[in-house]
Write a protein of this length. Sequence first.
Length: 123
Amino acid sequence: MPITPHPTRGVTACTRCNARIRWATCVSGPDKGRRIPLNALPSPAGNLAARTNEHGGLVVRTLDPEFPEPEAARLEWRAVAHWHSCTGGPQTAAQQPVRARPARRRPTVQPPLWGQQPGRGAR
């Protein structure tokens, strides 16, 4: 019996190609601890095993020779990293989101410390 994730929970859209993706945290391999975009639907050709952890977050591990198949006892399903199937191409500087407001400018003069007179240095 294949295990499938919830069809809409945790699904968002890719900013480049508008495809449905899920974000997961990698728990093995060189990307351990990093967030990885996954295609929203399971794929039999996937090289990753994804599951929901005890906190409700999605975690993913790479399928390796020691554990070559998703484990049914852990309710894992095969997944594909979205960057292997994204059709949007690389994001250029012109396509990057525009900041809502410019960066805050810091004052050039340090305010006086507590108890000092404004305009005079500490002696």
